[in-house]
Design a protein around this ligand. Sequence first.
Ligand code: SF4
Ligand code: SF4
Length: 480
Amino acid sequence: MSLKTFRGGAHPPGRKDASKNAQIEYFSSPKQVVIHLNQHTGAPNQPLVKVGDSVRRGQKIASSDGKLMIPHHASICGVVRKIEPRPQSNLLDGVAIVIEADGGTETEFLPALDVFSCTREEAVARIREAGIVGMGGAGFPAWMKLSPPASKPIGIVIANGAECEPYLTIDYRTCLESPGALVFGMAATLHVLGVKKGVFAVEDNKTDVVPVLEKAVGEFLAGEGSGKGFDISVQLLKTKYPQGGEKMLIEAITGRQVPSGGLPMDVGAVVQNLGTLKAIAEAFREGKPLIDRGFTVTGGACKTPKNLCVPVGTVLSELIPDVIDVRADLARVLYGGPMMGVSVPTLDTPIQKNTSGVVFMTPGEARVFDEGTCIRCGRCMRYCNCRLSPALMNEALLSEDYAAADAIGLLDCIECGTCSYVCPARVRLVQRFRVGKMKLRAMKAAEQARVKARAEAQAAAEAASAAVASPASPASKEAK
Ligand code: SF4
Ligand code: SF4
């Protein structure tokens, strides 16, 4: 099988051996869970429960009527004890519903739904009601990807099995342990989109999953998927960071480049994380909302690296030391992998829908280097997979020239950290880009609000003067 890839990228050490052979271990009985209202892209939800309410596993407990609406559900049976701000892995520390377990085992799932015979609207509504988000990163509502406008026809669905972040192995284990669910999730996604071509994209450091996935595809197409015309295959990719970025994946598989400021649907593609496909399969087959999360626990300060699955909202501190054994010289905890992860200040941070890994770092791994000055070597530009100019964006941000940073593509940066990784001067490029993007987005939003307010004021003034000038208007008649 020929290997596909993208332009740019780097080769950080993989360090996956520590957990790759550890079967996913299920821990289903936390004493409490902390379910944040804002663990997704879009406006935070509103609670549908109050302190003192009893809830069942799978019960909808938070929702909103926003454009990117995605509800959240109780992941255990218990009693709502608090609704208050709690620490969070995105460091936003938003409001959370705290549920204390009562030992119950009742579930409140949706009824199973046959995705191949229901309407498209019913299928999209099911994925939305099950609270499924993209489980690889920002928590973008999965149903939005399945509702592209008619002007953006989709020709291919890519299952993102690259798992290019060093250390993480949960996607690899999911391929080995639940290939049938992944293939069903892929078929459901293809069916909802009206697309035939689906590709499981896997890096070539995981070749052993290829026959496993191909066997599951064959069984599905010979059974439940027979006669539906699906063309589902497995494609090996060169192991390179950040191969799992949506834009990189699409470039590698299709040769197309997502335009600046654009989305995968602009080039006819939809990319789904493997965890998301499994959650989609469960939502149709079992009516189960997204209430459990698989993730890798690893790092030099983790004595027994493993792959775990816990109810969403389980707090890390509750897993230590019985489930996760940590060394005394633990220096830092990252949620996510070492390239894109976020350092959290407390072990009381819950596992969210988009937590793919937790890395426990030793002082050596967590060492922070002094930042140097750019020596204009150009390495960051050569390695940037998004064809950006990190050194120039850095210069613009250092002089707080946000317009200049915007003009050279700051918002197209996917914050992969490749530029920082290769920079010999250890310039804190990606850290500066993260903050710069937040500031730039806030400035744009404020400007849009100003423009809207000005337009509304002008329209109101014009309406008022038209009412005075018009003889037919009640105001004019009264004046007479
Ligand atoms: S890699 Fe670092 S030193 Fe080299 S041009 Fe980029 S920012 Fe400057
Ligand atoms: S500029 Fe952004 S996209 Fe390019 S390498 Fe750096 S972090 Fe990645």
